[in-house]
Design a protein around this ligand. Structure first.
Ligand SMILES: [Zn+2]
Length: 111
């Protein structure tokens, strides 16, 4: 099943980023899903809930959001979601951003 593979790579990406950003405890993870990629969100969420039981993300709640576009700041490299075409980088305020399409999914905010 596609969704099993997706769930596994999502958890792996969360673990990697939590390590890199030194986040010992996560209460919420936002996962952005491209609505045109044919992802079964309900199934994906179920599988994530199952797999996370064996990880430190056991208590973390996952939220799936539909989003097609993301932006990368050309100044500082921050990847963020676009709420409007005129958004500027939330980290450095730069308006020099590059738009890209999310593939199947991308990680949003970790809290
Ligand atoms: Zn920036």
């Amino acid at each position: 099943m596609h969704e099993t593979a997706r769930a596994q790579s999502i958890l792996r990406a969360v673990l990697e980023r939590a390590q890199k950003e030194n986040l010992p405890i996560l209460s919420k993870v936002e996962v952005l899903v491209n609505p045109t990629a044919g992802v079964d969100k309900e199934e994906l969420l179920e599988i994530i809930d199952e797999i996370k039981q064996n990880t430190f993300l056991k208590e973390t709640s996952f939220e799936l959001k539909e989003m097609e576009m993301q932006a990368t700041c050309k100044e500082c490299g921050t990847v963020f979601l676009l709420n409007s075409p005129f958004d500027t980088c939330p980290s450095c305020g730069s308006a020099e951003v590059e738009l890209s399409l999310i593939e199947d999914w991308a990680l949003g905010k970790l809290e």
